[in-house]
Design a protein around this ligand. Structure first.
Ligand SMILES: NC(=O)c1ccc[n+]([C@@H]2O[C@H](COP(=O)([O-])OP(=O)(O)OC[C@H]3O[C@@H](n4cnc5c(N)ncnc54)[C@H](OP(=O)(O)O)[C@@H]3O)[C@@H](O)[C@H]2O)c1
Length: 234
């Protein structure tokens, strides 16, 4: 299997893990579309990627997601890396802020599938979850719930959308702009790296290899793949 010449759409492809996937997909000869909310981030990513289509999209807005796929006739692979992190405790949060987490994480995945799947014959859809789905921490209850739902949705959609394959990547700690920049952010990551069995935190390249494998391997569907340097065992 090869993705050479295939159409790959990456929502959240302008930074971090999604940008890593875009770079690897481009290197494999795919036609790549990246989406995100911020024009400047998309432009910077586009310069790094070379020949690539860019589209502004907010995954939590159904019309915006539909507009991404409307002009595209055929899609081979869809990757969702869009996501931000913030506090989401059930108590003490603004309820609209909690709804927005579910809107982005769960409904965003649903909006994307509804817009993309009718344009796919086979191929793959890959969601992104996070370690907090199975390992809750105080202050992140709704994120845990929403990402757990995305992992469950993966299994169900592997049946519903077949022969299109549906998988999910669950990253542990990955060094991306999500964690901020500067000496304090670097020190935090270095501190965490020392505790991981892998001895370092992940990179977007590490993650991209997994997303590319999921696009390429025709027997992989309904899987939630953890890549966390062994972090969930410590
Ligand atoms: N890095 C980690 O340690 C880690 C660990 C576990 C899980 N994850 C998950 O992995 C995914 C990628 O994270 P990352 O570390 O690569 O973060 P990142 O570097 O901040 O990249 C996030 C990407 O998603 C886009 N995005 C964010 N919100 C969006 C929205 N509502 N609609 C459309 N695009 C949106 C961003 O562009 P705009 O901001 O311009 O929209 C950017 O392209 C996230 O879902 C994150 O929760 C990351």
């Amino acid at each position: 299997m090869s993705i050479e010449g295939q159409r790959v759409v990456i929502i959240g492809g302008s930074s971090g893990i999604g940008l890593g996937v875009a770079l690897h997909a481009r290197a494999a000869g795919a036609h790549v579309t990246i989406g995100g909310r911020t024009v400047e981030r998309l432009q910077a990513a586009s310069r790094a990627l070379g020949e690539v289509d860019v589209v502004t999209v907010d995954i939590g807005d159904q019309a915006s997601v539909e507009a991404v796929f409307a002009p595209i006739d055929h899609v081979d692979h869809v990757v969702i890396c869009a996501g931000t992190v913030g506090p989401s405790p059930v108590l003490g949060s603004n309820i609209e802020a909690l709804r927005a987490v579910v809107e982005q994480r769960l409904w965003g995945a649903v909006y994307t599938v509804r817009a993309a799947a009718p344009k796919m014959q086979g191929g793959s859809i890959t969601f992104t979850s996070g370690g907090v789905a199975a390992r809750p921490r105080v202050g992140a209850a709704i994120t845990t719930a929403a990402l757990g739902a995305v992992e469950a949705l993966t299994l169900a959609l592997a049946l519903e959308l077949a022969p299109t394959r549906v998988n999910c990547v669950t990253p542990g700690l990955v060094a991306t702009p999500l964690h901020g920049s500067g000496p304090a952010a670097e020190a935090r990551l270095a501190e965490r790296a020392r505790t991981l069995p892998a001895g370092r935190v992940g990179t977007p390249d590490d993650l991209a290899l997994v997303y590319l494998m999921l696009m390429n391997n025709p027997y992989l569907t309904g899987e939630v793949i953890h890549i966390d340097g062994g972090g969930r065992y410590i």
